[in-house]
Design a protein around this ligand. Sequence first.
Ligand code: TRP
Length: 336
Amino acid sequence: MSNKIILTGDRPTGCLHLGHYVGSLISRVNLQHQYKQFVMIADWQALTDNSENPEKVRNNVIEVALDYLAVGIDPKLTTIFIQSQVTELAELTLYYLNLVTMARLGRNPTVKSEMQQKGYANNNTPAGFYMYPISQAADITAFMANVVPVGEDQLPVIEQTNEIVRKFNSIYGPTLIEAQALLAKTSRLPGLDGKAKMSKSLNNAIFLSDSQDELKRKIMSMYTDSQHLKISDKGKIEGNMVFTYLDAFDSDKAEVAKLKEHYAAGGLGDVKLKNYLFEVLNNILTPIRNKRLELAQNINDVYAVLFNGSAQAKEVAQQTLENVRNAIGINYAKNK
Ligand code: TRP
């Protein structure tokens, strides 16, 4: 067990999918044995571009919590909490806002590309969305996190966090610590269409909560090789999503190699191949799906996990906030 602290999290804008599973969930299940881990459901951050859909965010808080528990993130080992329940984070954000210029915010590549995706321009971007990296700096520093596991797209946010830490410490004295990004080992999983990474908004995702029928239907719709029309045709492996997924999920590498050879030579049909992938994925997803259904029957227990975790997280954040107030010199009662 290391004494390092990990903080990570997700915006609750939808159920979690296989991209999350290989990109972050498996690693969280492993990391919780080595580190003190905090996993945050970032509902405030989700609201930055969903202010008119609070019920979407609210509903997905519990969906994401179910996904976490179903894959084996264990509340005895990991503090799972809801961002909005730790209001100290908002106060920290307020102090950090003064340490970042508008120009610096505008240069953050993560925010820039998300603005593009969401169709925001400079004059209609919600201010809260524009500054979410600062609020994320509050999330990370509040827990004195040393390690932040993220996807590549979030690296600039960690960089900006550390700039804030250095600026804060240089003005107010050593108070906060810098965090190190831990890049996900698995490169991003493409979606069913093979065109872009798996994401809810692109409608190309397999969710952990999908039923067996949905899983089957989605696999049957997967992109393979548009030239592979007859079973006897030679097929392409490159860019064929069924093989991409087999590489990512099938532990029987020898069998995958055999299937690739057969498909490339001709004589292996898409439906047969897809049925094989269905078996592989269904074996992984069935225990998760069953656990999720079981947990969903006692939703109050899931809320209890979140409330407990949030209370624990609040205690830690309170201490950091106290240090920050002392450093800035606005803990007036102390100076009486
Ligand atoms: N920005 C992350 C996402 O896109 C969610 C998040 C919010 C987060 N605060 C964080 C991740 C702090 C790591 C650390 O889903």
